[in-house]
Design a protein around this ligand. Structure first.
Ligand code: CIR
Length: 266
C-alpha cells in the first residue's frame, strides 16, 4: 500500500555547480547532475498519484533539495521550514505557492527559527530533530511546540561532525523494514539515542554514509552506494520490496542524498 498522496520535485538547476558544499574543493558536472536528478524524478514520480515537478530556479543553486523546505510530520500536516543558509531561504516561498496551488487540504505551519527539513526524522508519533549546524536550540523549541499541538513527541538528537543533517545518518523505512543507520561513530550514537525512546524498532547498519539515506514509496525502496552483500541481504530479507538503485553521485558532491530531492506528503 502506498500512503504517499502527493510528491513535489524541483528540477536541478544548471547553477548546481555553485551549490553549497562542505567540501569546498568539489567540482560538480552540472549536466551530469541534472541527468541523474531527472532519472530520480522519472522513477519516483509515477509511483505517487499526484506528483508535481517544479522548474529549476537558477538563482537558487540548491533548489532541487526540496526536502529542506518543508516536513510532513503526520498525515495532513506540513511544516514549512526556514533553511539556515541565507542562500536557501528564498526557496521556501515557491514551495509554499506550489502546495497552495496543488495540494490545499493540509494544516500548515511556517517556522520562524532556522531549521532544514533534512534534520527532521519522523518515526510514527516521534519527531527527532538534529542538533546540527542547520538546526539549533530555538528551532528545537519551535518543533517541540508543533509536536505538542499535534500529539507527537519531540526529541533533539546530536548529529556530530560526520554529516550535514540527521537524515544523512539514518532513514526510516516503515515498521516492517525499520531504520537504516550508517555504521560509524555518529550513526551508532544516533541509533542508541533513538533506542532509548522507541524499543520495538529494527536497525539495519549500512557501511557507506550515502547508503543509509534511502527513500521508500509504497513497496519500492530507492538506494545508492550499497555494497553487493548489503543489497543481497536486504533483497533476501524483504523480498516483497522492489529495491531500486540510483546514482546521484554528482549531487552527493554538494551533500545531496536521496531523501533531499523530494517532498513526500501522506
Ligand atoms: C546544502 O548544503 O544545503 C545542500 N548543498 C545540500 C542539502 C541536502 N539536503 C538534505 O540532505 N536534506
Amino acid at each position: 500500500m502506498n500512503s504517499i498522496k502527493f510528491a513535489l520535485f524541483r528540477r536541478a538547476p544548471k547553477s548546481i555547480s555553485n551549490a553549497l558544499a562542505r567540501d569546498q574543493k568539489v567540482n560538480v558536472n552540472a549536466e551530469k547532475a541534472i541527468l541523474q536528478h531527472d532519472k530520480y524524478i522519472e522513477l519516483m514520480s509515477p509511483l505517487v498519484a499526484n506528483s508535481v515537478i517544479l522548474p529549476a530556479l537558477e538563482e537558487y543553486p540548491d533548489c532541487c533539495f526540496v526536502e529542506d523546505t518543508a516536513v510532513n510530520i503526520k498525515p495532513g500536516v506540513l511544516v514549512f521550514t526556514r533553511p539556515t543558509e541565507p542562500s536557501r531561504q528564498g526557496e521556501v516561498d515557491s514551495v509554499v505557492e506550489a502546495i497552495d496551488r496543488y495540494h490545499k487540504d493540509l494544516k500548515t505551519y511556517r517556522m520562524n527559527s532556522k531549521s532544514d527539513g533534512g534534520d527532521v526524522l519522523v518515526i510514527e508519533n516521534h519527531l527527532f530533530v538534529g542538533n546540527s549546524t542547520r538546526s539549533g536550540p530555538s528551532a528545537h523549541q519551535e518543533w517541540d511546540k508543533i509536536c505538542r499541538e499535534n500529539g507527537m513527541i519531540f526529541h533533539a538528537i546530536n548529529v556530530g561532525n560526520d554529516a550535514l543533517h540527521l537524515k544523512s545518518l539514518v532513514t526510516y523505512l516503515g515498521q516492517d523494514i525499520g531504520l537504516m543507520v550508517v555504521n560509524n561513530h555518529s550513526g551508532l550514537k544516533v541509533m542508541e539515542e533513538i533506542k532509548l525512546h522507541i524499543t520495538n524498532l529494527t536497525f539495519i547498519k549500512i557501511t557507506n554514509i550515502l547508503g543509509a539515506n534511502m527513500v521508500r514509496i509504497g513497496n519500492t525502496v530507492f538506494y545508492q552506494g550499497l555494497f553487493d552483500p548489503e543489497i543481497k541481504y536486504l533483497t533476501n530479507l524483504f523480498h516483497k520490496i522492489s529495491w531500486q538503485n540510483l546514482d546521484m553521485s554528482e549531487l552527493a558532491k554538494v551533500d545531496g542524498a536521496l531523501t533531499c530531492c523530494s517532498l513526500l506528503i501522506k
